[in-house]
Design a protein around this ligand. Structure first.
Ligand code: ADE
Length: 237
């Protein structure tokens, strides 16, 4: 999978060099390219923002640098019908005003060939950038949750990790992806390892019993109980 990231803070993405995603990059499974939006500016101050038309607080990201970077990543304009196909890149603009990112979104996006994350700062990106990007590929505005971050970088990082680990070959043991929170609509069951007794806390007897059926039942009951206590909204869904 190819992933391009457009940002004014490329250093945010240095951490993609470590851990499982770093390994996947080294192995050629993930081809991640980070672009500094300021490299597509042509003034002495490398300006990427300006005041909003219509007034109001804050600054808006100017369209011109975005246009140049989109051209550089996606190549010349395609026919409108080609931009809408699965072969065209999928542009993701992290935004608190976007659709909600969930594990289902991560699963869906893990099947894509080419994702482009456009990280906005300030009050957002000039709206015409989204229309322009849609001449080169599909466009989605996606929110990490109902809270506001200072920019799209942290949200893009979270999405890249959630998506990247579902790309075949990134996580060594794919079975470990199955029994996780949100994979079956429930929170994950509690896990324990050795020693069986630690500072007065004991591992539940059933896990030491060797009885697979009882273990599976206990884990499922724990999932339901935790989900009811911590995330009743998931049970309602
Ligand atoms: N940018 C700022 N806040 C955000 C959020 N909650 N999700 C995605 N991108 C964001």
């Amino acid at each position: 999978m190819r992933i391009d990231v457009v940002t004014i803070f490329p250093a945010f993405f240095d951490v993609l060099e470590v851990s499982l995603l770093g390994k996947a990059r080294g192995a050629g499974i993930l081809d991640v390219r980070v672009h500094d939006l300021r490299d597509a500016t042509h003034d002495r101050h490398r300006t990427v923002d300006d005041t909003p038309y219509g007034g109001g607080a804050g600054m808006v990201m100017k369209p011109e640098p975005w246009g140049e970077v989109i051209d550089a990543i996606a190549g010349p304009a395609t026919e409108p019908q080609d931009a809408a196909t699965d072969d065209a890149p999928l542009f993701i603009f992290p935004s608190p005003a976007g659709e909600r990112f969930t594990q289902a979104t991560a699963r869906e996006l893990a099947t894509e060939q080419h994702l482009v994350f456009g990280c906005g700062r300030y009050e957002g990106i000039d709206e015409r950038v989204f229309a322009y990007a849609s001449t080169r590929g599909r466009v989605r505005l996606i929110s990490l949750g109902d809270y506001v971050l200072n920019g799209g970088e942290v949200a893009a990082m979270a999405m890249i990790e959630a998506i990247g680990r579902l790309v075949p070959g990134v996580v060594g043991n794919p079975e470990s992806l199955v029994e996780e929170s949100h994979e079956d609509g429930l929170l994950e069951y509690p896990s324990y390892t050795k020693p069986a007794s630690w500072r007065g806390y004991d591992v539940p007897d059933v896990l030491l019993s060797g009885h697979h059926g009882k273990v599976a039942q206990w884990r499922h009951d724990q999932q339901v109980q935790r989900t009811r206590e911590r995330r009743p909204d998931l049970l309602a869904d």
